[in-house]
Design a protein around this ligand. Sequence first.
Ligand code: CTP
Ligand code: MG
Length: 231
Amino acid sequence: PRVAVVVVAAGSGTRLGAGEHKAFVGLGRHTILRHALDGLFAAHETAQVVVVAPAGREGEAETDLFEAAAAAGASRDLVSVVTGGATRQESVAAGLDALWPGIEIVLVHDAARALTPGVVFDRVVSAIDRTNWGIVPVVPVVDTIKRLEGDRITGVVDRSQLAAAQTPQGFARASLEAAYRVADREYTDDAALMADAGHQIGVVDGEALAFKITTAADLERARALVTESPV
Ligand code: CTP
Ligand code: MG
């Protein structure tokens, strides 16, 4: 394949507070990680898939990965598990180290966005092919956003100029690897790291279902959604 997906799943899930690495928390009949994998295997294009797992839990990640691949009719030869790092950025870097020579486009995806539909992966890849830019799926900001100085409102930010970034975020493999090599601070997402390295980043429509499971309330919402459509 020419496309790879790096699924970062090595976080501890501090804010979720489930007493468990977030990727292995149950959501319906499966783990959060397994749901995320089912979403990406529903994408149109065959991809190399690298799951970045917490140290010591690589075997469980591999079980989810093999089962998701089998359920989607994808080959086991396309998938692998590597060990993550202390930060998301280190985990992505570990995933990049596992890419095969022929890979040209890399999508970096949060396992915590467990219900992301396959169509978002297709949208990101198509937009990269069309533009040669890095591509980020975004959704509109629904709240009215205030600018603050201490506890005083000093302005309103024009909402039409804002968007909330999701994953999968996709980039040319060579550019992403080069940007990771020179990054000298922590970035909140890959698009910010790539923008700092001088790359053009465009957007495509994200999906409400691609929300990140961060808090207990997010997990409740995800559980309600998978109960409605039992997957
Ligand atoms: N991630 C990772 N390695 C890390 C930290 C985060 O692979 N060292 C991954 C998480 O597994 C998650 C994604 O990055 O899929 C987004 O991170 P976040 O939602 O912040 O997850 P956690 O870091 O696990 O949660 P928290 O910040 O609440 O501890
Ligand atoms: Mg985190």
